[in-house]
Design a protein. Sequence first.
Length: 588
Amino acid sequence: MAEETVPSPRKRLRRIMQVMRQYHFLSNFYHQKNPEEVCQALEELGPTFIKMGQILSTRADLVSPEYIKALRKLQDDVPADSFASVKKTFETETGKKISEVFKTFDQEPFASASIGQVHHAELKDGTSVVVKIQHPDVTKLVDTDLALLKRAVELLKYVPTGITVVDPVKIFNALSDSLRSEIDTIQEAKNGVEFYRLNNGQSIIRVPKVYFKYCAPKILVNEYMPGKSIKYLANASLSTNPEQAKAQRQVRHEIAQVLVKNFLRQVFVDHFFQADPHPGNILIRHLSQDEAQTDQVEVEKKLEKQIGPTKISYQQEKSLPPYRVIWIDFGMMGRISPATADGIAKIVLAVNSQDIHEIGQSIIPMCEQVGPLDEQKFYRELGKFLRPYLNAGLAEINFTKMLYQIVQLCQNNNLQIHSQVTMLVRAFGILETIIAKLDPSLSMLEVARPFGKQYLKQHFDLRTQLDNSLWGSYRAVKNITQMPGKLNTFFDAISDGNARINFHYADQENLMKWLSRIVNRIIIAIILAAIIVGSSLLVEGSTGHPHIYRLGVFGYSLAIIIIVTMAVSELIRRYRKYRRQKKEYGKK
């Protein structure tokens, strides 16, 4: 597949439309139903659409939990390119021959996916590396497919409306940006360099080094770090020997704690985190005693060269255990602002204190308000939604479903959560699943609580707080001294009849819309009555005047058309309301 030339836009468009019609893609996706059919369509449409589906599985703010679950199963194994093709791509992108850069280079890849394939190799100095080579014409294929998909999105305006769940244009724009970033190998290399600098050597955390000077737009060269996916450790059975089982549980507990602390550091210190921490991107490597000592010495030397201390210190063991946790794959990364990190820390503390109002006050700043917001209504709905979760154990919480429901709750209140926040919560949920398998007794929120307190303490500016408190106290004292005069003015206004008190009713906006609709109907009814009476007078007095008679009949016809239109419109409105209530009842 990868070595085939890109089909013409017209031929590709016919293929896309054919598959979309076959699986009712637009209707299914628009209404978020039949996710299996949508996944089948994506797999048949090829690498670009598969990759978009995989990216979409990370966006709980855009699609339902059922879709996320189905999209995660998408397979992107594709036939490997020949070595001749790989050689040509490398030489075209770097301007060098493979033999000039590498001492050895495996002609057969050990993995091949939709974007590229990966080979083992050795640099001239004997360093083991992995080389990711992008498939030929991937960029052209992505550009062609995105241009055609944009046309397909425009067709959604012709799909019968009904009850919709997602915004297709918003989804397309988000996926387009993410996909272009995914195929930008240089950006992935830069992500790897930054992640290595920030995380390599933190306790038992290791990150492969990126050899940036050998990278190119379609070439990525990383240090080779052997290891097995963490899922093998998480799913492995414990020994029947009590002593060995105890030691195995201790290892899992330590690895789980290191993972949680490192991820919290990524979020709250670096503001740059691995956005797709699935088991395939976290490796475990067991070392011999000599290998462990050598590794520790090498890492300490590298850390001595790094400039500047971290904002939050982490206790480094004097003698590290004989295993390492390795992060790989930095194509999908998240970045948040310090203000957002502060807000998340406040939410963590508020969740632990089970303060609904404080949780709501922390959520609102992390959203974009896209319409009028009734805060009291939002707090009521948030409290009703969160109470069952606050009383449940973390092992019982489905984070994907909870996030989607929170997104829907915010959308219903004209709040749109920032995509980086939903990406973070989704990553948090994936990591929570891994942690629960490693150590069911360990809770990420329990580890996060002291971290959040420490974070806020270190970001607490005593001088600023004192200044604010003194200024607030001064204003309070000043207002108190002015209170008698203000009360006297208020009572004078009441006695003179100049005072006015404004009341705000809950759901006042909907009430006003309802009253406005009633007033409009009354006005239309009066106008119709006038038309009917006027037409009757014209018909009655039209003897010998056919034009006046036709004008009266026209008035009758116009009145009948308006009445029928209003009746049909009201029936359609009631039917849609019935369907919406039935669907909401079905969800409950």
